[in-house]
Design a protein around this ligand. Structure first.
Ligand code: IMP
Ligand code: MG
Length: 177
């Protein structure tokens, strides 16, 4: 039998906007004279990062990285690879990594280690959402939007099997057999 999926709003777009504004205010306070390098983790970061950087009032450089993805699974395989690292040099830069969601933390823990080996002046993590119940690797999130329960989320850049990234709210995805 074919399974059906439903998307139920959990965090409304307006709430996301308010939280992004709050995070931008923190970054504006902390990075005023620093010209940091922002590295977005593709693809999920694209909406969060676009909203965030338009609220920053200091000079920034923007780059992207791509980590190995889930495919159609709802859980990481635990084997993480950096498919494309940032093109910009990281050494001696103030780096801020922009992530959509921290689930097990395995992907971002691996990526932060990869960046740390390139000797940035400072390295911070900014994430829109975290699911603390699922953490399997220690991750320090320096700038965090929302803490959410252990549900699979879509919308606002988050996908399931490349679908639903465009939903304006953050929604819970459920599959019914
Ligand atoms: P982690 O390695 O388990 O922390 O997963 C990291 C990546 O998996 C995130 O950056 C997302 O791209 C994806 N991911 C984790 N949880 C979800 C979810 O609930 N919805 C959509 N993507 C997710
Ligand atoms: Mg991601």
């Amino acid at each position: 039998m074919k399974s059906k999926t439903t998307c139920t709003p959990l965090i409304a777009r307006e709430q996301v906007d308010r939280e992004v504004a709050r995070l931008a205010a923190e970054l504006n306070r902390d990075y005023q004279d620093k010209h940091p390098l922002l590295i977005g983790v593709l693809k999920g970061c694209f909406i969060f990062m676009a909203d965030l950087v338009r609220r920053l009032d200091f000079p920034v450089e923007i780059d992207f990285a791509r980590l190995s993805s889930y495919g159609s699974a709802m859980e990481t395989s635990g084997r993480v690879k950096v498919l494309h690292g940032p093109r910009a040099a990281v050494q001696s830069r103030d780096v801020i990594v922009i992530e959509d969601i921290i689930d097990t933390g395995l992907s971002i823990a691996h990526f932060m280690k990869y960046l740390q080996q390139k000797h940035p002046s400072s390295l911070k993590l900014c994430a829109l959402v975290e699911k603390p119940a699922r953490h399997r690797a220690p991750v320090k999130i320096d700038y965090l939007g929302f803490t959410v329960p252990d549900k699979f989320l879509v919308g606002c850049g988050l996908d399931w099997d490349e679908k639903y990234r465009n939903l304006p709210d953050i929604c819970v995805l459920e599959r019914h057999e």
